[in-house]
Every structure is written in C-alpha cells, then in structure tokens.
Design a protein around this ligand. Structure first.
Ligand code: HEM
Length: 487
C-alpha cells in the first residue's frame, strides 16, 4: 500500500523490532514518571515499600512462575500489608490490609475506577456495568440488583431444583467426570434462567455453544489472527449479539413483560424517557453470564472436594439435609425459600469454602488522582489491588487459616475481613443467587447421590480461578434407600 513490498518473514522481523522499540520507550517513560513522582510526592507522602523488578516486565515473571498466592504472601511478609510492585506493564500498589481495602472499595471508591485489559473489555462488551463508575453504573446496577433480589430469586427455586436434579442424574452414570466442567454447565443454566426466565431450547443451545467459545477465548492470549482462540471468541461474541437481538425482537413482538433481567433492561426508562440501547443490553447480559458462571462453578467444585476430604462433616451435612428431605415427603414437595434460609451447617460449609478457596483472590482498581493513605502515596494512574485472599488467610482474623473449619462461622467475622463477594459499590449483586444455587445443588446431591474423587487429590489449576487439579476428577452414583429398592 505504501509502495514497500516485503516477504511475510520480513514483516515479522519489522513487527518484532517495532515491538521491542515500543517496549523500550514505554519502559523509559514509566521509569522516569516513577522517578519524577518519587521526587515530588503529594505533601511529603512516600511510595509504599516494595520492589518494582525489571524494567517493563517488572515482577510479572515472579508472579506467574509460581502460585500467585505465594507471591503475594511472600511480599506481605517482607514489606507489610501495603506494598508496591510492577506487573503486566503497570505499577501497582497491593493491599493486604482490611482497612486499606475498605478505603479503596468503599470510603473513597470514587477515587479508584475499575480497570480491565482492553481486550477483555472488548470481548464482554464495553457497556457492561463493571467497567463503569458514576451515574451509568448506578442506573444499571439497580436493574441488575432488582432482578437478583431475594424477592426475585425465591421464585426461581423450583426451576433451579429441576436444573440441579437433571445435572445430577446425568452425572450418575458411572463415568469419571471433570467436576468443574459439569458445574460450569449447571451454573450457566441457572444464569440463563435468571437473565431470560424460561428460554426457548433453540436459543438456549445457540447461546451455550457460542458463550463457551467466548469463555475459552477470553482467557487466551489476545492475538486476533484467524484460527486463534481469541479470534474465534470475537466471532462467537458477534453471534451472541445477533442471538440476543432475535430474542429481544421476539419479546417485543409478543409484548411480554417479564420480571427477569432482560425484562428489567427492556422496560427501563430514565427521567428523560431515555431507554437502554440493544448493545448496552447485550453487553450487560453477557457480562452477568460471565460474572455468574466460572465463579459459582469453581466454588461448587471446591465444596465437593472439601466435603469429600471431611467425611464426618459430610455425614453431618447429610443429616441436616435429610431432615428437610423427609419433611418434604421424601423430596416429593419442592424446597421452600424458608428451608433454604434454614440450612445452618450447609451454609457455613459454603462460607468456609468461599474463604478457603478465595477464588477471586484480588481485584483491580486504578487511582484517578494522586491519593494519600496512611502516609503512603498512591500515584494517579497506578493500579491498586485489594488482596482478598491474604485477608481471608490472615491468622489475625481467622485462626489456623489453612484449616477447613466451617464452625468458625458460628461467630460472624470482623467487619471487612470476609469479602468473597467484594465490597462497596461494585460488590457482587449475584451473591444471594450464587448461595441459593449452591444450597439447592448440595441438598439434592447429599440426599440422593454419592461421589468419590478419582486420582490425585492435591494440586491447583487456574482457569483463571483456582480449582482443584483436573477440575476435580470424580465419579457420581445414585444412592437408593431401602424403601426405594423394595418397590
Ligand atoms: C460464588 C460465586 C460468585 C463470586 C465468588 C462472586 C464474586 C464477585 C466479586 C468479588 C465481585 C466484585 C469484583 C470487584 O469489586 O472488582 C463481583 C461482582 C459482580 N458479580 Fe459476582 N460473584 C459470584 C457470582 C455471581 C453471580 C451468580 C452473578 C449474577 C447472576 C454475579 C454477578 C456479578 C456482577 C454483575 C458483578 C459486577 C457488579 C458491579 O460492578 O457493580 N456474580 N462478584
């Protein structure tokens, strides 16, 4: 085009050289901007202790060449609860203190905006609520929250039960399963239910197929070349928008006024009569499905591991659930909302699994101005990472933190020390639904099925959330009572 002809190999050489020059220049820029700030800190505040590692790459290799939690814990031990580092091309301040986390996520949340890599934002959709601050975020959050409120989700119990039973029946055929993969299918179905209510099977299958391609590409290296997982995901994302557009047209045609998330988004009008665009609706629906699926599935996988490792505890959970099962005429009547609110031991198992696994071990924010906290400077543009996992594993807040002990939740944890669902304006609006679907699945699992973990039972893999190695390979089977066998 510019009158230069080169072979593909030459193009690669030029690209690589160009990338090196860019890396070098940006290293110099970030090095000098850090130096300048050190000389001119806000009102004498200094940067937190810590090391920035190598130019440009910082400490990214140290972080990714080991269990990230070991990296965070080692740093905390060496530098204290607030320390600086440099990862993925960004200077960061990491916070392992519950007060500092509250400062960033709650008290001074307006000074710290959410921040995600551009490639991830593009994939989910830039209008999804979690990329935003201010009025737009507040408006959308209200809609999402009302479709996930206790009043809304209690109506979903019979349908969630049906999804759970059908999933469990399909697992109990003697084959060894990847528990995490199966849990993902379960949580996806529940996500679809909360977004669309009863959705036509044809749309559900299409959404599922394309969503799983997007999910795979989301965690891959973002190279948009034909055939790469990322490129396939971008194409699948476009198809998702088309499917959603068809669903929306059908609803509008039939003038359906549903109370699910799609209904709330379609019916919204602000004070000036402005509605939400179809793109904004699509981005938020895909965003909610994303936020709902792998998170819930990872926690459920951990719960099955923890219960299998603690057989006495499993027997106690079974006893709690069997009582409810018997009182429901041996499962002939559906679970009630009140019953799901009164499963104290099972609930504590869920809380302790959320703490132990801390599947969202940290989150990211970016300082929108120079901020001073406890004499430390957090410079504008730096990333800030509240380290939930370090707080959940701090012996000051949770005695013997490596021990799986649900009884610790007989007493409420100290404020701001237990944040599996985050804190403040961006805290998880789906937390009640997540807990409800976990309670329902556990109820049906322990009252009618058994499982055993197969092969290696140690090790963790990240996909991207931590799950037991190989997604917890397990075998499930149905447990028949004497009564059922006689019939
Ligand atoms: C065990 C399961 C889950 C865990 C551990 C979890 C955890 C979290 C956390 C920690 C955040 C805050 C992130 C931050 O501050 O940067 C969050 C946000 C969010 N979660 Fe969840 N979540 C779970 C399930 C769900 C479910 C089932 C849904 C929806 C059906 C959902 C929807 C959302 C949404 C929409 C946000 C963004 C809120 C905002 O930015 O205002 N999550 N979640």
């Amino acid at each position: 085009m510019f009158g230069i002809s080169c072979s593909p190999a030459d193009v690669w050489k030029i690209l690589i050289t160009f990338t090196y020059i860019l890396l070098f220049l940006s290293t110099l820029r970030s090095y000098y901007s850090i130096k300048k700030r050190r000389k001119n800190p806000k009102q004498g505040a200094k940067l937190p202790p810590g090391s920035m590692g190598w130019p440009y790459i910082g400490e990214t290799l140290q972080l990714y060449s080991q269990d990230p939690n070991v990296f965070f814990a080692t740093k905390q031990k060496r530098y204290g609860d607030i320390f600086k580092t440099h990862i993925l091309g960004c200077p960061c301040v990491m916070l392992a203190s519950s007060e500092a986390t509250r400062f960033v996520l709650v008290n001074q949340a307006h000074l710290f905006k959410p921040t995600y890599p551009k490639s991830k934002e593009q994939m989910i959709g830039p209008s999804a609520l979690f990329f935003h601050q201010g009025d737009y975020h507040t408006q959308l959050r209200k809609l999402v929250q009302s479709s996930l409120s206790p009043e809304a989700i209690r109506k979903l119990i019979p349908d969630i039960e049906a999804i759970a039973i059908s999933a469990l029946e399909s697992w109990a055929r003697g084959q060894v399963l990847n528990t995490f993969h199966e849990m993902k299918k379960f949580s996806f179905e529940v996500g679809i239910l909360s977004v669309f209510g009863h959705l036509d099977g044809k749309y559900r299958e299409e959404l599922k197929k394309n969503y799983f391609i997007v999910n795979k590409g989301y965690n891959s290296f973002p190279t948009n070349l034909p055939g790469t997982a990322y490129n396939k995901a971008i194409l699948a994302r476009k198809r998702l928008s088309q499917i959603l557009s068809e669903i929306i047209s059908e609803r509008k045609e039939k003038r359906l006024l549903e109370k699910d998330l799609l209904g709330h988004l379609l019916n919204f009008k602000d004070q000036k009569g402005q509605t939400i665009t179809e793109d904004q609706i699509a981005d938020n629906i895909i965003g909610v499905l994303f936020a709902a699926q792998d998170t819930t599935a990872s926690v459920l996988t951990w719960i099955l591991k923890f219960l299998f490792d603690n057989q006495k505890l499993l027997e106690d959970v079974k006893a709690e659930q069997k009582m409810i099962y018997e009182s429901n005429d041996r499962g002939k009547r559906p679970l009630t909302w009140a019953q799901t609110r009164n499963m104290p031991l099972t609930y504590r198992v869920i809380l302790e699994s959320l703490r132990m696994a801390s599947i969202i071990s940290f989150t990211f924010r970016e300082a929108v101005a120079d901020v001073e906290y406890e004499g430390y400077l957090i410079p504008k543009g730096w990333k800030v990472m509240p380290l939930f996992r370090n707080i959940h594993h701090n012996p000051k807040f949770f005695t013997d933190p490596q021990k799986f002990d649900p009884s610790r939740f007989e007493v409420a944890p100290k404020p701001n020390t237990f944040m599996p669902f985050g804190n403040g304006v961006h805290a998880c609006p789906g937390n009640e639904l997540a807990k409800l679907e976990m309670l329902i699945l556990i109820h049906h699992l322990v009252t009618k099925f058994r499982w055993e973990v197969v092969g290696s039972q140690s090790g963790i893999e990240y996909g991207p959330f931590p799950v037991p190695q190989h997604g917890l390979a397990a075998r499930f089977w149905k447990e028949y009572s004497n009564q059922e066998l006689c019939h």
